[in-house]
Design a protein around this ligand. Structure first.
Ligand code: NDP
Length: 397
């Protein structure tokens, strides 16, 4: 059906490639490119498929990216490198006339601030070029946004309250590790909290608001209100929302390590001089922390991510909870990666499939909730991320 260039040979990239390798009728040819080609080769070799080719590319170098795109001529580029590369890859896609998909919104390296404004600014250029850009197609953002679109389409006349709940009840056996790129992860979770209420953004101190929430098949877990990027697009695309919040579980051990890391300056993003050499503390920290892509082997337990929604249907109040539970062990057995890489990589592969099938194809830059959720939801059930719906229950929120 189509050709895909995947950029980024990390934990998420390895799952994207594993899924694409298993779907030859959709992904006819796949090229995996990253800074380090040997990582691409190892991922390709694991699939045992000769349809997966590899290359090296510096995705911050637009001429180099353009050359690679021109030589392979993909239908779509799937960006699972880091958020810092988003704009460079979008520039190269525009210049070479190719569609674009990613799983995380742009973040400037020199400032821990993520928002959609930079990528939404490409709207006119993609529309005029007749090209599609699909933003935020992982789990959160991604599936949580599609769950919300599905709820709005099938179960509500108006959504009023949205709480996205993200629980990782897994245990990787390490004293401290992050589940995706440590630099991006630590920048995200140490930010101030932020949520949307009655047309305004409310700011909190980091981890100031928290409460225990019950997760299916897991039980109660302390959940912390943090800011997450899909809130920005969801309140714009579903204007009936009065309040939108995001909750994530953290263990005490994780929070203690995080506090120490911050207190001793290791979360710093400004370069410092060390022995005559410039280093960025958080990048040095990443180099000594466990690689999230290597956590899978001993990871036990599961993730549970979903949307708890309150709104109006046929004139009466309705509550609704839609979620997926994903087992780290099952993810590892299938793809060699842990559950967080799995829950991000599978939706990215499905998003590329939606584009290749012509189901999610329109000129412009779109967040995933702006497409028809139904065919995507169908594929989640088929490709390893089945979802469950509960109606008229106590949402705890
Ligand atoms: P990793 O750090 O494991 O992998 C990132 C890969 O990108 C690395 O292999 C690295 O290459 C490559 N890379 C970095 N810079 C460049 C560059 N300039 N040019 C080419 N390749 C580059 O991260 P993850 O796999 O854990 O995460 C990937 C993405 O997924 C991130 O953007 C993250 O924010 C996002 N994510 C989204 C989630 C969601 O639900 N929406 C959840 C989790 C993650 P190399 O190793 O060769 O240097």
């Amino acid at each position: 059906m189509g050709k895909v260039l995947v950029i980024g040979a990390g934990g998420v990239g390895s799952v994207v490639i594993s899924k694409m390798a298993s779907l030859p009728e959709v992904f006819t040819e796949v090229l995996l490119a990253s800074r380090t080609k040997s990582k691409c080769d190892a991922i390709a070799a694991r699939t045992g498929s000769d349809r997966i080719k590899t290359a090296s590319v510096d995705a911050d170098n637009v001429p180099e990216l353009r050359k690679l795109i021109r030589s392979f001529r993909p239908d779509i580029v799937v960006n699972v490198a880091l958020p810092y590369q988003d704009l460079h890859i979008m520039d190269a896609c525009l210049a070479e006339g190719v569609a674009y998909l990613d799983t995380a919104n742009y973040e400037p390296p020199e400032e821990a601030k993520f928002e959609y404004s930079w990528q939404w600014a490409y709207q006119d250029r993609f529309r005029e070029a007749g090209l599609t850009a699909i933003l935020g197609c992982g789990f959160d953002p991604g599936v949580t946004s599609i769950f919300t679109a599905y709820a709005a389409k099938h179960h509500f006349d108006e959504i009023h309250y949205l709480d996205i709940v993200d629980c990782n009840a897994g245990d990787h056996g390490k004293p401290f590790a992050t589940n995706f790129n440590p630099e991006i992860n630590i920048r995200e979770v140490t930010q101030k909290g932020k949520y949307f209420e009655n047309g305004k953004w409310i700011y909190t101190e980091p981890h100031e608001i928290h409460k225990p929430l019950n997760y299916p098949e897991i039980g109660p877990k302390e959940s912390y209100l943090i800011y997450h990027e899909e809130l920005e697009s969801l309140v714009k695309n579903f204007p009936s929302i009065k309040r939108a919040r995001f909750w994530m579980t953290f263990g005490q051990e994780y929070l203690t390590h995080l506090r120490v890391i911050q207190n001793i300056g290791m979360a710093g993003i400004k370069p410092i001089m060390y022995n005559g050499c410039e280093i960025v503390p958080i990048q040095f920290l990443k180099a000594v922390l466990p690689d999230p892509g290597e956590l899978g082997e001993n990871y036990k337990g599961q993730t549970s991510i979903g949307c708890r929604i309150r709104g109006i249907r046929d004139g009466r109040e309705k509550t609704y909870y839609i979620y997926n539970n994903c087992s780290h062990e099952a993810a590892y057995e299938e793809t060699g990666a842990q559950g967080v890489s799995y829950t991000t990589g599978v939706p990215a592969a499905i998003g590329a499939m939606m584009y290749l099938k012509g189901l999610w194809k329109k000129p412009g830059v779109f967040n995933v909730e702006e497409f028809n959720p139904d065919p995507f939801m169908e594929q989640l059930n088929l490709l390893g991320l089945p979802w469950v719906e509960l109606h008229d229950i106590d949402l705890e929120l």
